[in-house]
Design a protein around this ligand. Sequence first.
Ligand SMILES: Nc1ncnc2c1ncn2[C@@H]1O[C@H](COP(=O)(O)OP(=O)(O)OP(=O)(O)O)[C@@H](O)[C@H]1O
Ligand SMILES: [Mg+2]
Length: 331
Amino acid sequence: MSPVAPGASGDGLLIAPAAPIVAVEHLAKRFGTIEAVRDVSFAVAPGEVFGLAGPDGAGKTTTMRILAGIMAPDGGSAVVAGIDVLRRPEAAKGQIGYLSQAFSMYSDLTVAENVAFFGDLYEVPRNTLAERREMLLRMTGLEPFQRRLAEHLSGGMRQKLALCCTLIHRPRVLLLDEPTTGVDPASRRDFWRLLLRFTREGVTLVVSTPYMDEVSRCDRVGLMYAGSVLALDTPDSLPATAGPVVEITSDHPLELQASLRQRSDVWAAEVFGGGLHVYPRPDGPDARLLAETLRRSESAVGHVEVVRPGLEDAFIVALLGAGPDGGSHAS
Ligand SMILES: Nc1ncnc2c1ncn2[C@@H]1O[C@H](COP(=O)(O)OP(=O)(O)OP(=O)(O)O)[C@@H](O)[C@H]1O
Ligand SMILES: [Mg+2]
């Protein structure tokens, strides 16, 4: 994926910010033979919610670590709030709040003590710390629990406390690495409402996620796979990057899937809800023709219809296109 060209989209949303607060160019990182990050470039506008989505091992955490200034890349550049993160990581840390995938707070400290601890770590002056902590605890709804030991918090509350600890030094850019993994859906919604309140206060978000519903909350999203950004656009525009798909209802979706995967005119067949989404090969028959063929030749099909692709379809098609054999590893 080449870096996005400067300019603005027709709907007024910045597609590539002229004055980005985060600018990553040609980032590369290798671990032995593994290319964890390959030629990754993107730019984020102030106040934007930028998502990095992708399966396990895509390179999301490695990208985040480089951006946070805690890992040196093999090549490329990363600038946050005008500071070169690679040359001046300590200066950049003042502008960055980094919530790592493995963020840990002190379980034997209370909620308030944890926030104060991180305030001291970031050298927040004592007089502003109390005021700032009070504001963060109020915003996150943790105020009534400030004397509770962190070990007695629920998963959702723990994430909110982590957010308070990460925001105590007033960073301009928040890097969140899979912040809601393992958190229940209601708490995830709650957490996102909170994140969007912080963006309204001017904080820029770069967030990695494996969840489609979170992808759709971002202003723009980059799909990462095997170290590369395969597609980068708004969640509304991404589906158009995939062609029409064939939707099939079936009483026996798994059997039908197995049968479809044997066919040379089918690129991939994935279970969707109560049925399947079938992707025609780029060099094969179009979706309409494939739908007709499958209706006639497959026994386990119910209703067959050609539908417009959604966000998940766009991701599957992008992953298929990136595969070494153009094969069906996206399942
Ligand atoms: N310190 C390391 N040493 C060796 N290999 C590593 C190291 N860190 C990451 N990798 C490898 O680099 C690749 C990218 O890993 P990374 O953690 O960035 O992916 P990810 O997208 O965050 O995945 P996940 O969704 O599982 O968190 C993987 O193949 C991983 O095994
Ligand atoms: Mg990760």
